[in-house]
Design a protein around this ligand. Sequence first.
Ligand code: HEM
Length: 498
Amino acid sequence: MASVAAQTVGVVAALTVGYLFLSRKGVPKPPGPRGLPVVGNLFDMPTGKDWEVYARMSETYGPVMSLTVGPTTIIVLSTIEKVKDFFEKRGANFCSRPSVPMMDIMEWSRSFGLLRAGPDLTKTRKMFYQEFGTTALAETFFPQELDQAKTFIELVAETPENLVDHCFQHSGALILRILYGYKALKQNDPVIAKANNVIKIFSDASSPGSFYVNALPFLNKLPDWFPTAFKRKAKEWTPLYLDLVDDPLGTTYRSLADGTAEDSFCAKWLRREMTTEELNLMRYGAGGTLGGGADTTAITLYCFYLLMAMHPEIHERVQAEVDSVCGRDRLPNFTDKAHLPYLQAVIKEVVRTHPAVPLAIPHTSLEDDIIDGYFIPKGSVVFGNLWQIAHDPVAYPNPFKFDPDRFLGDSPQRDPYDYVFGIGRRYCPGRLLAHASIFITFAMSLSVFNIGLAKDENGEPIVPSIDSQPGIVSMLAKYPLNITPRFSPEQLEVLLAA
Ligand code: HEM
């Protein structure tokens, strides 16, 4: 995904018409760095790990700060209380998404994560809630989660050096299965390849640096004969999204027709009477979810492997817990979860260490508002700094220490599940599915592998770090690891077949 700052600038510049109010009726905007005339804080905007830059700025300007770029106000919230004040208490005003012109031109803005406030958003969220919104509903997908986790283990056992690819293959395959009942090939699946291509175009097309129209939306009014790169590219890319969406959906239709369909989001909906409008919401909703669900879970899974290699004493302890509960003659399953408190604490510490969507997806306000005595103009772009909340030294003493024990005992520290999936009306609709997937892949990985440090050509250990990369969904820097199976190939085959 493009850097959050880059996307912000696009969003910001998209709102070109308007006058920059420094205050409304004498009410000041939240504090922030002093900007330059016309461009405002353009040159203060972070270009790397935005969440860390904003966290440092908040030490000076406080938990609600503002920046301006051109006519647009950017609000950054850095405590859980403030995120709740905006996204929960004033949820009706802060539940929309900012416009990204190139996405609008390609009609990709209809995808779930970019939907603006309105009936389509309400209906789409309801459709997803109806299938994934409760623990009982998420449990109906446990068989698919188990099956795909086994395929992941098989792949890692075969080629551990390709761990990162396997994490992405796994999360892509799982989401396709849950959404469409589509069973991806074990490797080089054409739909996963299409999805990766669309995710990359999505990232490129929303970056203002790639297309001037993101910064100057009036360019879209130029006549079609006028040569513009963005119109040419938009024409080429527009169909790719629906192609991605409709390709696996074809599988759902076919399997429904021949009676072989397994339960999936689309199969469940298609079995009901649907209006054309609902059918389209289902198509675009599922397509958007492909992007939202795949990278996030893959990165969290990779993060777990890195952290296990970096912390052998924690790896040993959590592996011993898994062994003691599940034994060595079967793989873990979902019924083991309640008996694995230390693993559950490890999971919380992994998602706290690296929230995969560190600034959430930007929200925007529908109306002018006044909060805490500050004026928040209509159309402000609002970020909740989830990464900063996860590293708050008051909630988490010694926040950069990987310490699952912080979630055990009589007074556990704040549960990161309260915020890493977002807060308020746009919280992640896939959180329960993601949680199940994280649990089962972590548990199986511990049961089957020892995860340690790789060595360089001089025999020295290569020590990874949790080095988050820029982007709305933040990848981690890649390191080689030493992953060794604890079973012979024959034993593993028997375990996976059970
Ligand atoms: C570790 C895994 C995951 C993390 C950390 C995560 C986190 C998030 C966050 C922070 C948001 C934005 C919330 C906001 O804007 O306030 C979000 C939105 C979203 N997530 Fe997830 N997510 C994960 C997995 C998934 C999965 C597995 C799915 C699908 C099954 C999914 C589907 C979505 C969708 C569709 C949205 C957009 C919702 C909207 O705009 O209303 N996510 N997620």
